[in-house]
Design a protein. Structure first.
Lengths: 162, 162
DNA sequence: GTTGAAATGCAAGTTTGTTTCGTTTGGAAC
DNA sequence: GTTCCAAACGAAACAAACTTGCATTTCAAC
């Protein structure tokens, strides 16, 4: 590792492991990447401080905790005035059932990923988030029949950046 | 905790913590939920065995590892014959840049979440995944301007202790 | 060749995770 | 009301992992 804010091959190899299982002992990581455990620990700490590693979390099966339904929603707004967009962002982000929210270009303005227990819950949510929101022009719903691949893993193979 | 396959308020409180930070010491979790460390450890282990906790992972900032662009893609297929759908699922899931893939109802058949380094990379990916795939009728692209809320946290709804 | 910043490995020290074991709790049957 | 049993608990011992200090190595710049 040369200068302070770049990621070298060791860092990326460590990230690849941690993105799959961050309970892997540092000793095992060290063996996998040919580094000592302290070296691994220092690199992990540095990447956490740099914000490369944003969080360490447990991934929970939604169905096992009573949220078997995953839904995508495309939301189109009436006005894209900055303050209204910011209000929408805050409003969506504050809802626990809204797992992900992106502000996007294209034929929609927002895309939401929502998890709910029942379609009745979803309907109640649409009422609260969309029908009672004057700035929502329309929205389209896509119900997930199969969560084919779900994760937040990012390829770390080649490039480094930021 | 009564019978073995249900989640009680303690389990849910533990899950809520682990979904935010799974490096929280079990002693600290125990204090937060009014349980001893061994009790916390046993519950975590049980939930991992039950599949409630699917994985423990580090969340990486895509921009910091050279994937600053997040894109949503709605994919519509020509034929929904089971074998073709399965082939599409496998094909999409195998691509590292495809972070999430859902098979959905509605005006599209698949929704993908993709992370790439550049739009040129995305164009190359569309060529490979869509234009060269005879079963893809059309697709629509939504480029994320703001990752307002990104996570896989599921509401667990209960609390214990204090 | 020398210098100095940065990273490394080793080994000690500290924290955390895990197991053991005896006790308590909550039902069900009597 | 008592007994019995199984499940879960807490305290403490134990094992494993993380963290720190330090001497050494590496490598680029001089």
């Amino acid at each position: 590792m040369s200068v302070s804010s770049e990621l070298d091959a060791f860092d990326r190899a460590i990230l690849a492991i941690l993105q799959k299982d961050n309970s892997t002992p540092q000793r095992a990581i060290g063996e996998a990447v040919n580094l000592s455990a302290p070296a691994v620990q220092r690199r992990i700490k540095r990447m956490e401080e740099m914000g490369v590693i944003r969080a360490n979390v447990a991934l929970v099966d939604p169905a096992k905790v009573g949220h078997p339904i995953t839904i995508f929603v495309e939301v189109e707004v009436e006005s894209e005035r900055a303050e209204l967009i910011d209000a929408a962002k805050c409003g969506f982000a504050a809802v626990p059932e809204v797992q992900q929210c992106y502000y996007v270009t294209g034929e929609a303005d927002f895309i939401l990923v929502v998890t709910v227990a029942t379609m009745a819950d979803y309907e109640a949510l649409t009422r609260r988030l969309f029908f009672e929101n004057n700035n929502v022009k329309r929205f389209r719903t896509f119900v997930a029949m199969d969560r084919v691949k779900v994760g937040l893993e990012v390829p770390v193979g080649e490039r480094a950046g930021g």
